[in-house]
Design a binder for this molecule. Structure first.
Ligand code: PLP
Length: 398
């Protein structure tokens, strides 16, 4: 729209509402992380920043449960670490096997195609994990070079079980495995080395409770060898790992100006992971999300995923009869400053997506969520037993 005056725009001071973030991300950011973001900038090649880079890499290895030398924060959101993984590993003419059981398998497909790859599918309905037998059959039929799967599908609230089984199948066929760990890293059991995952990527704004901007990525030597011996360069200059190696590897030479403040934030978020202990953190997510799940079930609602593949960091709860998902979501935001989300794609209108991630995975947040959700559902006409839900949750929270 053309501006009709040369006066400077009258934009007021920034005063965002004080939300409690229990949606699919971002999650509540820990105050220590916010404080780290207000510390002074240094240059991206300052010796003190090189120390920070080393510390972040070490903390990321701890959190991913890996010894991979090639473990870095990619500048950008989770989609940047995702595209760094796919765009570097997939070469023109390679075949990539991707899942169809959620929104982010579709994004893997788009990225693989843009990298010049041929895409083949392993199918499962939205809301279910991949069956290893189907993965085996897809390998026998298509012999893919790269296999991608989503460990924690944010669109459906499904945790992919049997990861070591999936990686075994892929490696028997000499393929590389890329795992999307955006909604699992730092919140749900994930063991990159023990499970033999070649490449894993994540985002900071979910179970690490850090603002988006610097996104974890790890590759083992085998994967990095494929990247470094590509016949033609990766199509993205910015995300070309053979160039990024100059900055994050031994040389520490300029490639692009790292988002210093986001790296500070990630460092503090990962320090919190290390202080808590990664296994204790997985356990905390199980306990707090378990209390949420027990509460919504006692209230009379139904989880979309059965217990075997329930994803504690993202709880998909079926929308009960008598209410519209959007009305409930709006009322929670307006009345309680509480953010949750609705379903996507095949599950649009059918589920609520309730995150329980990182600093948001706390008893106080779960108690607020339960009473607010119970109140809104009851007022909007759903048949729910709010008291039963609240007592099931408080019993579990102890
Ligand atoms: N993969 C999964 C499973 C996600 O949940 C998301 C974001 O929600 C992404 C990839 C992309 O991350 P971002 O939105 O930070 O780019």
């Amino acid at each position: 729209m053309p501006r009709d005056s040369d006066d400077p725009p009258a934009v007021g001071e920034l005063t965002p509402p004080d939300r409690t973030l229990m949606g699919p991300g971002p999650s509540d950011v820990h105050p220590r992380v916010l404080r780290a973001m207000s510390t002074p900038l240094v240059g991206h090649l300052d010796p003190s920043f090189i120390d920070v880079m080393n510390e972040v890499q070490e903390l990321l290895r701890y959190t991913f449960r890996t010894d991979n030398q090639w473990t870095i924060p990619v500048s950008g959101t989770g989609s940047a670490s995702m595209e760094a993984a796919i765009g570097n590993l997939v070469e023109p003419g390679d075949t990539m096997l991707v899942p169809t059981n959620g929104y982010f398998g579709g994004r893997m497909e788009s990225m693989a195609e843009r990298a010049g790859g041929d895409v083949v599918h392993v199918d499962a309905p939205w809301g279910e994990p991949l069956d290893p037998a189907d993965v085996e059959a897809a390998f026998a039929e298509h012999q893919p070079d790269v296999f991608g799967f989503v460990h924690a599908e944010t669109s459906t609230g499904v945790r992919q079980p049997d990861v070591p089984e999936l990686t075994r199948i892929a490696h028997e066929h000499d393929a590389y495995v890329i795992a999307d760990c955006v909604t699992s890293l730092g919140g749900v059991e994930l063991r990159v080395d023990e499970w033999d995952v070649d490449v894993a990527y994540s985002g900071p704004q979910k179970c690490l409770s850090c603002p988006p901007g610097a996104s974890p990525l790890t590759l083992n030597d085998r994967a990095m060898e494929k990247v470094l011996s590509r016949e033609e360069p990766a199509r993205s200059w910015y995300l070309d790992l053979s160039l990024l190696e100059g900055y994050w590897g031994d040389e520490r030479a300029y490639h692009h100006t790292a988002p210093i403040t986001n790296v500070y934030a990630l460092r503090e978020a990962l320090r919190l992971v290390a202080e808590e202990g990664i296994e204790a953190r997985w356990e905390r997510h199980l306990e707090t999300a378990g209390a949420l799940k027990a509460g919504v079930e006692a209230m009379g609602l139904e989880m979309n995923a059965p217990d075997e593949y329930w994803l504690p960091s993202l709880n998909a709860v079926r929308v009960p009869d008598g209410v519209e998902d959007g009305d409930v979501i709006d009322a929670l935001l307006d009345g309680y400053d509480l953010e949750i989300a609705g379903g996507l794609g095949d599950l649009s209108g059918e589920i609520f997506r309730i995150g329980c991630m990182g600093h948001s995975a706390r008893p106080g947040n779960v108690a607020l969520l339960m009473s607010a959700l119970g109140d809104v559902l009851e007022r909007q006409g759903a048949d729910v037993d709010v008291d039963a839900g609240l007592s099931a949750t408080s019993e579990r929270l102890g």
